[in-house]
Design a binder for this molecule. Structure first.
Ligand code: IPD
Length: 291
């Protein structure tokens, strides 16, 4: 029921702010947070802060909602579960610190990401980037918001025809380096950027009018990419290799802001019919949508 969702939504916003406060406190203690451990490889980092923020969030959720399931990046990484765990039950899906590499460099694109999923559908999303003091939030049927005041998207860009039909013309395209830097066909950022630029070139040519991507961005946080797509700042975002906690809250917010999320692999199937997003995919394409 909506009133229960509204209560959970208010709780999630409060929790994200508390978690963000802890992130801010820690980034002040440079010597502490420059210390990280490498997980799967040299770019897959975890800090004590990731662990502490997850523990703060998990404890609060389990105290308030003991029957809900919890899936968090660090809990999962500890090997307590190697199964894909989101089923029909109400599930909290949390990344305590998305953009850990950014955090260790004091690059401001890092955030806490709290998603709430019912029947596989992300119904609540709260993302808080404390250094930027940007809180993105949404609840099913309640719209998507920046700092609880400004409705998303902030910009509608009437100069760009509805996507994806025109993509990537005049778009800001964002994608992530991910953690796997091997040269994998279609799963590698170098190839991806190149294919987008080539596609633009085919349409507009160098200096040609109308066909070019306006810009390519890589923010270093899949969660922030989704939030910025919901905001309207980013038009298309692609990443291969995401986990549920990287995207759950962002998908909730983008959908509520009127955006689209699918599992297409651009640019080849950019114009294919949009299939509804499936959590559990590793491949995500998010699109700012102009209705
Ligand atoms: C990572 C970031 C990164 C993305 C990776 C994520 P983490 O999350 O979002 O931008 O490319 O796929 O795993 O490790 O910083 O929480």
């Amino acid at each position: 029921p909506q009133d229960q969702l509204d209560e959970i939504y208010a709780f999630a916003i409060d929790l994200a702010r508390k978690a963000g406060k802890l992130l801010l406190e820690r980034i002040g203690e440079r010597n502490v947070d420059q210390i990280y451990t490498e997980k799967e490889n040299a770019v897959d980092l975890v800090t004590q802060t990731d662990e502490d923020v997850e523990s703060l969030i998990k404890t609060a959720i389990q105290t308030k909602y003991p029957t809900h399931m919890f899936l968090g990046e660090e809990t999962y990484a500890k090997g307590q579960s190697r199964e894909y765990l989101i089923d029909e039950q109400p599930t909290w899906c949390v990344d305590p610190l998305d953009g850990t590499v950014n955090f260790t460099h004091a690059f401001p694109m890092f955030c806490v990401s709290i998603g709430f999923i019912v029947n596989h559908y992300p119904v609540i999303g709260v993302i808080y980037a404390p250094l930027l003091d940007q809180l993105f939030s949404s609840c099913l049927n309640r719209g998507a918001w920046l700092n609880e005041k400004r409705q998303l998207p902030l910009i509608r860009k009437p100069s760009i025809p509805p996507m994806p039909s025109n993509a990537p013309s005049k778009c800001i395209f964002a994608c992530e380096w991910g953690k796997d830097r091997r040269d994998i066909s279609d799963g590698n950022l170098h190839r991806k950027i190149e294919s987008f630029l080539n596609l633009a070139a085919e349409r507009g040519g160098r200096g040609g009018k109308g066909g070019m991507v306006h810009g390519v961005r890589s923010l270093g946080s899949a969660t922030m990419d989704l939030a910025y797509t919901a905001m309207g700042s980013v038009d298309i975002w692609w990443e291969g290799g995401c986990w549920e906690w990287d995207v759950a809250a962002g998908i909730a917010i983008l959908l509520e802001a009127g955006g689209l999320v699918t599992t297409a692999n651009p640019p080849d199937d950019l114009h294919a019919p949009i299939e509804p997003v499936k959590l559990g995919s590793r491949l995500y394409l998010a699109i700012r949508w102009v209705p």
